[in-house]
Design a binder for this molecule. Sequence first.
Ligand SMILES: C[S@@+](CC[C@H](N)C(=O)[O-])C[C@H]1O[C@@H](n2cnc3c(N)ncnc32)[C@H](O)[C@@H]1O
Length: 330
Amino acid sequence: MAALPDDLRVSLEQVLRPSSTQEIARSVERLIERYRRGTAATEPILRSPTDVAAYAAYRMPATFAAVRAALARVAEVAPEFRPRTHVDVGGGTGAAVWAAAETWPSLESAEVLEQVSQVMTLGRRLAEGAEAPVVRGARWRRYVVGPGPTLPEADLVTMSYVLGELPEAHRAGIVREMAARGGVVALFEPGTPAGHQRVLAARELLVEQGMTVLAPCPHSAACPISGGEDWCHFAARVTRSVLHRQVKAASLGYEDEKFSYVVAARTAWAPAEGRVVRHPLRRKGLVSLRVCTADGGLTTETVSKRHGETYRRARDLEWGDAWPPVGEDG
Ligand SMILES: C[S@@+](CC[C@H](N)C(=O)[O-])C[C@H]1O[C@@H](n2cnc3c(N)ncnc32)[C@H](O)[C@@H]1O
């Protein structure tokens, strides 16, 4: 379970406290319906301060959890990567900046590029409550993805839950631009078939631009889950705050955020040997793992108690983990 860091949780509570829960709930309903449609936006989706508050209350914890879970896996396969600079494109209220700061204490500067000024205002206010100096000191700059504006260079360039909002014609351009400016590029989309297709298209472009895929894939060759009914996605469990439950009219204390992602690097670090692409199935004395493998295939591995230490490691695995675990013998 990815609990929100205390400083982000407190900051959200403080910044959102004066807002009317009922108004936010109405806005949440509209946003859920809008994001479900999954079509590109012809005008900003977050149009009012209430929309922005609603986004921060019910989406930011989830996007934070997804980005944090994925970046943790990047840090695992590339312990040499110690970024100092971070640029987040379409950064919204700053979820990826908080997540990157928690993953890499080496970060010294962060820049959030965003089209809606009210979103930036809320993101800045939230960031004031951050413990990490890089989040508190983040720069927020108005930037509209489209033809023209170049990105600043950075060790890490992220874009989370934005590609699907962009007109089709602007998607390849921004991915190429990210590849040109970033040492490591990370893209996140909803864990839907359409989200996965966008991630796949971006992955192809990143590889074309000479980058090496670091995660989740164990190789940079063609994805074995690229057709048919299946799609590659992962899940991050998010703790719901009281406000989160109220504005979503939800009773469960958590939700599972499904996401697809790709992270690629200019440096050819080795990815994991394999990646668990489904919930491991556990039966008495047996663990069954669906694994995406370095040779470009998909396999189901069954590990039993007879395998001793290997079984103990398999038993602790989660969907999205590396297999065999990174840094240990298989
Ligand atoms: C679903 S939100 C994601 C926000 C944030 N990245 C996160 O993960 O929580 C999409 C964000 O992308 C921004 N956005 C959409 N189209 C954009 C564009 N053409 N240029 C810049 N930002 C854009 C929106 O204003 C919004 O803040």
